[in-house]
Write a protein that binds this ligand. Structure first.
Ligand code: AMP
Length: 190
């Protein structure tokens, strides 16, 4: 079983690259951002609560996203493996994921960290905001906040996975195909 954590700042291309990896390795895709947006679209209590944080570019509380991951894992017991996209985003989420996966006997195989320069992130997000309609992609100050939150709360995860030899830094600049090729080369060896 292959469990991949696709990691990187907002705009690093995690969603786009997840599509390539799903195709190549037949994995289930779990994006907490997508799950939260579908809760918002369904106007559920969880969605309405999460929206307050997402609109500001803040993280949704750990307990909420961990609960969503748990139910996804429980309802996909036959999966060949998972790509976690946008999760974990805090050390507590990473610990919870380890616990959930260890209960199934299938730990995280690797953390693939897409590295992209800050200005490129902002440019990509502003461009995406024009077509996706995502409010958090259309306002430069919200984008900057999301990048700051990433640097403060999410980047330390590299030091969580590195001592376990599970951190793989990947150059996330260049064409989508080139980046996909770099990712596949790393994943094939896991
Ligand atoms: P994303 O689609 O991954 O860029 O996520 C959009 C927004 O959803 C983020 O800015 C957060 O507000 C929220 N979110 C997504 N995943 C998580 C997570 N693992 N932990 C906390 N908040 C999250």
């Amino acid at each position: 079983m292959l469990n991949l954590v696709l990691f990187g700042p907002p705009g690093a291309g995690k969603g786009t690259q997840a599509e390539y990896l799903i195709e190549s390795f037949g994995l289930n895709h779990i994006s907490t951002g997508d799950l939260l947006r579908s809760e918002i679209a369904g106007k559920t209590d969880l969605g309405l609560e999460a929206k307050k944080f997402m609109d500001k570019g803040e993280l949704v509380p750990d307990a909420v996203v961990i609960g969503m991951i748990k139910s996804k894992l429980d309802s996909n017991k036959d999966a060949k493996g998972f790509i976690f996209d946008g999760f974990p985003r805090t050390v507590d989420q990473a610990k919870a994921l380890d616990e959930l996966l260890n209960n199934n006997g299938t730990p995280v195989s690797g953390m693939l960290s897409l590295e992209v320069e800050k200005q490129e992130l902002i440019d990509r997000l502003m461009l995406r905001g024009k077509s996706s309609g995502r409010a958090d992609d259309q306002d430069q100050s919200i984008i900057e906040n999301r990048i700051n939150v990433y640097n403060e709360k999410t980047l330390p995860l590299i030091e969580y996975y590195r001592p376990q030899n599970k951190h793989f830094g990947i150059n996330g600049m260049g064409s989508i195909e080139d980046i996909a090729g770099r990712l596949k080369a790393v994943v094939s060896k896991l």
